[in-house]
Unconditional design. Structure first.
Length: 408
């Protein structure tokens, strides 16, 4: 911040100095031209007034020499050729053309500035000695002290142009160094991002390997055991139905785990329920609740095919987790599920279950202990809200997810 402030102050000070030098130089050139007694004395006095006004205007326009250097340099050069002015405005603008312009613009501006400088010096050389800028006269005796030669005028012109061109080349090199530094920083930032992504991908592969080798293996065993129980429970319809539901749930879990492992390995951001839409919410609830009379579900979906996968995923996960928590902790109490989804309203989810009495609490079941946190994160990820807590003897989960349309 301090360096930026110093640079701003230095830039402002440079602009003030440039304007002051150009204005003083222009007025001096007009004054010396008005003192001529030779051929220039025939010029109309109005021309000197116009020259002074134009010189002051060019000095003021130097404020915009950074934004419009090429046009200002050509305009100042033309005025120096046509009016009794010096080439100070063009010389002060040329460095900015050289710093930021193309090769053609630089050559054109340098040529115009050279012509303006040569014209101003030639005009000064053709005047009487008393009206020449470069002549030296003793103030007391009014005797000529030194008579500038053609070589002196050429040397002055070369020095002025050389200083202007050198300033432009230095500024161009400085800007090129700044661009190179910015590009280096951008490349370093991009490399850091790539390294971070590579590290995250390695972590995903490790997680995918662990999920495949542990969780998927145990879920597959549960599915096989449920299949065996279904076959051996032909004389017990209730046990066979429970085994069938267990096998269906295990197979669904295996499909989701397969999708999760694939996603972790590929680094994709869309996980779970590949190809599913909001219209598949009813079958999902059917698989979760089965024929349980204690669970009631009312699902209203409009335009489910148009919902984005991120919205579908968040809706499924919130409903799944809320219903699972209700079955796990409600102690056999009724569970009511309400889902209303439409493009103009978004998705509203309400899962309500009665709280069991102290003597009828459900047995402690294993879990990760992060169900509510996960639901909050799912809702936040799509810009929604979720509230969960006790209310009038029930535990209620309410979520609102804004509608996100599928990309076309």
């Amino acid at each position: 911040m301090r360096r930026a402030a110093v640079l701003r102050w230095a830039s402002a000070a440079g602009t003030v100095v440039a304007v002051a030098v150009s204005a003083a130089s222009a007025l001096m050139a007009v004054w010396f031209a008005s003192q001529a007694t030779g051929r220039e004395s025939a010029l109309h006095p109005t021309l000197y007034v116009v020259g002074a006004v134009v010189g002051l205007a060019l000095a003021g326009l130097l404020v915009w020499r950074r934004r419009f250097p090429f046009a200002l340099c050509l305009g100042a050069s033309a005025c120096s050729v046509l009016l009794p002015l010096d080439a100070s405005a063009a010389l002060l603008t040329l460095p900015w053309v050289l710093a930021t312009g193309s090769v053609r613009a630089c050559l054109t501006a340098a040529g115009a500035t050279t012509a303006a400088t040569a014209t101003a010096l030639l005009r000064d050389a053709l005047r009487d000695h008393e009206a020449q800028v470069l002549v030296t006269v003793d103030e007391q005796t009014r005797v000529l002290s030194s008579d500038p030669t053609a070589a002196a005028y050429v040397a002055v012109g070369i020095v002025l142009l050389g200083l202007s061109v050198a300033a432009g080349l230095v500024r161009r090199a400085h800007l090129a160094a700044e661009r190179a530094r910015d590009e280096q920083q951008a490349a370093a930032a991009a490399a850091a991002v790539l390294r971070d992504q590579a590290g995250r991908q390695d972590e995903r592969r490790l997680i995918a390997r662990e999920v495949h080798d542990t969780v998927a293996h145990h879920v597959a065993e549960i599915s096989l055991q449920a299949s065996a129980l279904e076959v051996t429970s032909t004389n017990d319809p209730a046990a066979a139905r429970a085994a069938r539901e267990m096998r269906a749930s295990a197979q669904q879990a295996i499909r989701e785990l397969r999708s999760l492992v694939t996603t972790l390995r590929s680094g994709d951001t869309v996980t779970g329920f590949p190809g599913a839409t909001l219209d598949d919410l009813r079958p999902l609830l059917g698989r979760m609740t089965g024929d349980d009379p204690r669970t009631t579900a009312a699902v209203s979906v409009t335009g489910g095919q148009d919902a984005a996968p991120t919205l579908v995923r968040a809706t499924f996960r919130v409903v799944q987790e809320a219903v699972t928590n209700a079955h796990k902790h409600a102690g056999g109490q009724p569970v009511d599920v309400r889902v209303d989804a439409a493009p103009e309203r978004g998705v509203d989810i309400t899962v309500r279950n009665l709280l069991p009495s102290d003597g009828a609490r459900a047995p402690s079941l294993p879990g990760t202990g992060s169900g509510l946190l996960g639901m909050h994160e799912r809702a936040d990820a799509v810009g929604g809200t979720l509230v969960a807590g006790r209310e009038d003897g029930s535990f209620i989960v309410r979520a609102h997810l804004p509608w996100v349309a599928r990309a076309t």
